[in-house]
Design a protein around this ligand. Structure first.
Ligand code: GLY
Ligand code: MN
Ligand code: MN
Length: 436
């Protein structure tokens, strides 16, 4: 992502914060794995969105109209010893020369400098409750300003959520963001194709997981967007199954929900396919139903349509189909009203997708489902899960879990599926798996 993109975003957020106010956003902390070993670092998405700065121990400050510079970055000072042990870091100079800050200060001097930047500002925009240390410090700084006996200094009167501004911005993807999302989607699609081609009975679920990660890494995408789900047979009925430690059995389906992250942008794909390359008659029936539900949902993706319409379309197709196949019985409308389908389809049709896999952005505005607009990206992922102990259905259906998930961009004309390179019809999947 080019620096100009981050600059454009800062300009936008600066305008919304407004003169006379101040905005603050902290970087993500390092997370300890054990003793002195950390988990791989993942920057906070909001912080990265505005700064492109990938270090912990930083705080970005936005002061619209400040003559000496509107964008201040507090960060770690360059430290040769740290550079030797942990590698490059920007330091104060890098913060201004490489990351576009107008001013930079050591994070260790925050307590001395920040109260002076906050005084006489009317509102402080910041992510409330996200960083308890910042919450605490901010109140201390405000109290400190209040307690000063000097005249003409006032403490801010309002704390305002910065997320509200940022998350609405993040919901609409720019050309630069879509480029990264397409890359995440393309590589993830390749990985799904790869596992379809090598899958066979007797492998462990984690062996398929390793093939997925192999493909991501070979393509330069070193992080998964979320822990991969590789769920053979009945494991697919556990929605967030990540144990991935069971042997795949001939005759079972395997559900794989996996996506890569490309420069902080996620892909999120699910495919369900037969371990040994051919769907049974029973599996075909349920699979086709989920696919039909996805098609019906996709038809509802166009600008001006309500977000919820895709979900409603999937519920109608799934409920009707479950009645036809005999898993539910009764009047379709009544079954929907009574939410009987939820025994088999217990999640919603999808979610916003972006820097976070379950991305930010409101789904409702003033308690009404929001309208889709060009530039939004969402997943469309209906599923049917028949638990092993579901005694109300014939035994042949039990222990089958199926989800089909694609990443979809709302366009001016309708939609574009970013993850279309992975086969999903029965014929396409069987052909790829059998090397045809
Ligand atoms: N991979 C998480 C989800 O599909 O929502
Ligand atoms: Mn999803
Ligand atoms: Mn998913």
């Amino acid at each position: 992502m080019k620096q100009t993109e981050f600059k454009r975003r800062r300009k936008n957020v600066m305008q919304q914060i407004g003169k006379g106010n101040i905005g603050l956003i902290p970087s993500a902390p390092n997370q300890t794995r054990n003793r002195d070993v950390d988990y791989p670092y993942r920057q906070d998405s909001d912080f990265y969105y505005l700064t492109g700065f990938n270090e912990s121990g930083a705080l970005a400050v936005f002061i619209p109209g400040r003559e000496q510079g509107e964008y201040i970055l507090f960060c770690r000072e360059f430290d040769e010893k740290k550079a030797l042990w942990e590698g490059a870091h920007a330091g104060l100079e890098g913060a201004t020369t490489h990351y576009g800050a107008d001013d930079s200060f050591p994070i260790d001097d925050l307590n001395d400098i920040l109260p002076g930047l906050i005084e006489n500002k009317a509102k402080v925009f910041y992510p409330m409750g996200r960083d308890s240390d910042l919450d605490h410090k901010l109140l201390e700084w405000i109290n400190h300003i209040r307690s000063q006996s000097r005249n003409y200094i006032s403490a801010p009167g309002e704390l305002v959520s910065l997320e509200h501004i940022l998350h609405e911005m993040r919901l609409f993807k720019s050309a630069a963001e879509l480029k990264l999302m397409r890359r995440a989607a393309t590589v993830s699609a390749q990985a799904h194709r790869r596992v379809m081609q090598i899958c066979k009975a007797g492998l462990y679920e984690y062996q398929l997981e390793s093939e997925i990660i192999h493909e991501f890494m070979q393509e330069g995408l070193r992080a998964v967007a979320y822990p991969s789900i590789v769920a053979g047979g009945k494991n697919a009925c556990v929605l967030h199954y990540t144990q991935n430690n069971t042997k795949l059995r001939k005759g079972d389906l395997v559900l794989i929900d996996a996506g890569a992250e490309c420069d902080h942008y996620a892909a999120d794909i699910t495919r369900t396919f037969p371990v040994s390359g051919r769907f049974s008659a029973v599996q075909k029936q349920l699979y086709q139903l989920v696919l039909d539900a996805q098609h019906a949902a996709l038809e509802q993706i166009y600008p001006g349509n309500l977000w919820n319409k895709a979900h409603e379309a999937s519920v109608l197709v799934i409920t009707r189909g479950l009645v036809e196949l005999g898993l539910l019985s009764g009047d379709v409308e009544k079954l929907i009203e009574e939410e009987k389908y939820k025994a088999f389809y217990m999640h919603r049709i999808g979610h916003w997708l972006g820097m976070d896999v379950h991305d930010v952005g409101d789904y409702k505005i003033n308690d009404q489902w929001r309208v889709l607009e060009a530039g939004m990206v969402l997943t469309v992922e209906p599923g049917i899960y028949v638990q092993l102990d579901c005694l109300t259905v014939e035994a042949k259906w039990r222990g089958i879990g199926i989800r089909i998930e694609d990443d979809v961009l709302v366009t001016k004309q309708g939609y574009e599926i970013l993850t279309r390179a992975v086969p999903k019809t029965i014929a396409e999947i069987e052909a790829l798996m059998q090397g045809k």
